[in-house]
Design a protein around this ligand. Structure first.
Ligand code: SF4
Ligand code: SF4
Length: 200
């Protein structure tokens, strides 16, 4: 190898090194677009589509708008929603005696006895997020507008069980200002926990 070739190679190496350092230097001083998690958290979650969650009633944050119709569970292509409706109560007979004590007053015979108002809210509502494709079908078909995508960006887990979410308990915990629990007991057998019960 001649001396002139050696100088040429050395110059090419130095040149590529300088170009590489230039690219690195330019990016080094650019403003960052990522955050240093967990010390920093993102604040632009308005367009983030997390798992679905229940929307509470405007006047009662512990009760969902949901009327337990089951349309979302039927529409879900991944079968990841489980909705348990409250037990049905028998309808009062049409010719039932009108006279009755309601809130301490006797209803006149001509006035029909009003049936006690019964909540149609579900008693259980589970999501298996490990199956969800975030397609949005459940949100679209809900007649009560009771479902929306959450901005739960920090959901983590080490097994599929960690992504089974008790949506009723989550909604109630949010209403109470606590961090939301995620993992329910088995949907088929899980009793309504103390946390899920309506406050007195
Ligand atoms: S977003 Fe789609 S896959 Fe997920 S629960 Fe709703 S219907 Fe099912
Ligand atoms: S969330 Fe909506 S679609 Fe699903 S059971 Fe409740 S009311 Fe019906």
């Amino acid at each position: 190898m001649s001396v002139s070739n050696s100088f040429k190679d050395a110059w090419n190496y130095a040149k590529s090194l300088l170009i590489g350092l230039g690219v690195t230097g330019k990016n080094f001083v650019k403003p960052t677009i990522t955050v240093v998690y967990p010390w920093q958290q993102v604040d632009n979650l308005s367009t983030f589509r997390g798992h679905v969650e229940l929307i509470p009633k405007d006047d009662d944050l512990f009760t969902p708008r949901c009327v337990a119709c089951g349309a979302c569970a039927d529409a879900c292509p991944s079968h990841c929603l489980t909705v348990v409706a409250p037990p049905k109560t028998p309808k009062p007979k049409a010719d039932a005696p009108a006279a009755a004590l309601v809130e301490g007053r006797v209803i006149p015979k001509t006035e029909k006895a009003a049936a006690p108002e019964k909540s149609r809210a579900p008693v259980q509502f589970f999501l298996d997020y490990s199956l969800c494709s975030l397609c949005g079908q459940c949100e679209r078909v809900c007649p009560a507008k009771s479902l929306r995508f959450s901005n739960n960006v920090y959901l983590t887990g080490s097994s599929r069980e960690d992504f089974k979410i008790d949506l009723l308990a989550r909604m109630k915990s949010q209403a109470a200002g606590q961090s939301a629990p995620s993992r329910p007991k088995s949907p088929a057998t899980a009793p309504v926990s103390e946390k899920e019960k309506e406050p007195a």
